[in-house]
Design a protein around this ligand. Structure first.
Ligand SMILES: Nc1nc2c(c(=O)[nH]1)N[C@H]1C(S)=C(S)[C@@H](COP(=O)(O)O)O[C@H]1N2
Ligand SMILES: [Mo]
Length: 332
C-alpha cells in the first residue's frame, strides 16, 4: 500500500467552496458528493491506477546535491496523488482518468504584448536545455511533496518572444476539450481525452492562471516537462506545466497550450471561483490562514505527523524581494 493511500479523507481539506459542494449534491453528481462527505471519498475511489510508463528525457542537467536536504517524495506518490480537476476530483483517480489523454502533437502559443509571437511545438521546447529542479511543492489544501522536476526557466521561453515594455503580467491556459468553454454550467458531452465538464468539476474550464511578469522571469519559476528524469506523466500535467515553488500548488497550471503577455492582471480559475478564499498571488504563507483551515502546518506525503509550513515555502531568501512593501495578508 502506498503512503498516499494511507491518508485518511478526514485529514484532507478540499480546495472547492462549500457552495460548490452543495451544488454537486443538489445536482446529484456522485463524484462531487463523494468528495464532500469524506466517507464516500473512499467508496468511489477507482481501482489503483496502472504504473506510469513514460520515456526518459535525455541530457538532463542534474541539480546540485546540496540544493534541498528534504527526502524526495516517491514517484508512485507523485503520480498517484494528484489534483487535475479536468479529469476527476478524486486525487487517487487522476492517473487512470488521464490515461488516454493525447499530448502529441502539442503546441504552446506564446502571444499578446510581445514583439515575436510564436506557436511552439513541444519538440522545440524539449530542445531547450533541460535542468533537474528539486522543489518543495505545497498544495493550498495542506499537503506537500518534494518533487524532482525536469524543465527550464520560463524566462528562456519569454526571451524568445521578446515581451514589450507594456507587458506586466503573464496569463496561462490549460488544454480543454471537455465541454463548452464559454458556458459555466453547460454540461456537454466529454471530448476524446476523458475530461469532464465544468459543472461536474465545480470550477470553470479552461483552467487559467497568471503571474506578474517579474515573478515569471524569476529563475526559480520553471516550465516543467518531466519528473524523475522522465517525460511528464499525463496526471502531472503532460507535456508541459508551470511550477512556481513558492506559491500554492494551484498556481502551477498543467498541460499549457497558451501563454499570453498582458498589461492587466489576468483572471485565474480559483480566484474567480472563490475570490474570498483564493487570491492572485497565493504565496505560501503560514501566517495567512485559508478561511476554512489553518495554513500553519502541512502534511508531507509519505510522512506521519505534520511539519511547520515555511514562509514562501522556504524560498523567501530568493523571492521575498518581489513583494517588498506589499501587505501579504491583503495581497493573498
Ligand atoms: N489544469 C489544471 N492545473 C492544475 C490543477 C487542475 O485541476 N487543473 N490543479 C492544481 C493544484 S490544486 C495542484 S495542488 C497541482 C497538483 O499537481 P500534481 O498533481 O502534479 O501534484 O496542480 C495544479 N494545476
Ligand atoms: Mo492544490
Amino acid at each position: 500500500m502506498s503512503e498516499s493511500k494511507k491518508i485518511k479523507s478526514s485529514e484532507i481539506t478540499d480546495e472547492r467552496t462549500y457552495l460548490n459542494r452543495r451544488n454537486f449534491i443538489r445536482t446529484g453528481v456522485l463524484a462531487g458528493a463523494a468528495v464532500a462527505t469524506g466517507v464516500g471519498y473512499r467508496l468511489f475511489n477507482p481501482p489503483p491506477p496502472k504504473e506510469v510508463v513514460t520515456a526518459e528525457i535525455d541530457d538532463v542537467i542534474r541539480s546540485k546535491p546540496t540544493s534541498l536536504k528534504d527526502e524526495l517524495t516517491s514517484f508512485e506518490d507523485i503520480t498517484n496523488y494528484n489534483n487535475y480537476y479536468e479529469f476527476t476530483t478524486s486525487k487517487t483517480g487522476v492517473a487512470s482518468a488521464a490515461e488516454n489523454f493525447v499530448t502529441k502533437p502539442w503546441t504552446v502559443s506564446v502571444d499578446g504584448l510581445v514583439n515575436k509571437p510564436k506557436v511552439f511545438g513541444i519538440e522545440e521546447l524539449l530542445k531547450i536545455e533541460q535542468e533537474e529542479r528539486i522543489y518543495r511543492f505545497r498544495c493550498v489544501e495542506g499537503w506537500s511533496m518534494v518533487i524532482p522536476w525536469v524543465g527550464f526557466p520560463i524566462k528562456k521561453l519569454l526571451d524568445k518572444v521578446e515581451p514589450q515594455g507594456k507587458a506586466k503580467y503573464v496569463a496561462f491556459q490549460t488544454f480543454y476539450d471537455g465541454s463548452n468553454p464559454k458556458g459555466k454550467g453547460v454540461n456537454l458531452p466529454k471530448g476524446d481525452n476523458g475530461m469532464q465538464s465544468s459543472l461536474s468539476a465545480g470550477i470553470e474550464f479552461p483552467y487559467l492562471e497568471g503571474l506578474r511578469l517579474d515573478e515569471a522571469l524569476h529563475p526559480l519559476a520553471i516550465l516543467a516537462t518531466g519528473i524523475y528524469g522522465k517525460l511528464m506523466p499525463n496526471q502531472n500535467g503532460a507535456p508541459i506545466r508551470l511550477v512556481v515553488p513558492w506559491k500554492y500548488g494551484f498556481k502551477s497550471i498543467k498541460s499549457i497550450v497558451r501563454i499570453t503577455l498582458t498589461d492587466k492582471q489576468p483572471i485565474t480559475t480559483w480566484s474567480r471561483s472563490a475570490p474570498s478564499e483564493y487570491g492572485f498571488y497565493s504565496n505560501v504563507n503560514p501566517k495567512v490562514d485559508h478561511p476554512r483551515w489553518s495554513q500553519a502546518t502541512e502534511r508531507r506525503i509519505g510522512e506521519f505527523g505534520r511539519r511547520d509550513t515555511l514562509m514562501f515555502n522556504g524560498y523567501g531568501e530568493e523571492v521575498a524581494n518581489l513583494y517588498k512593501g506589499m501587505d501579504l495578508s491583503k495581497f493573498y
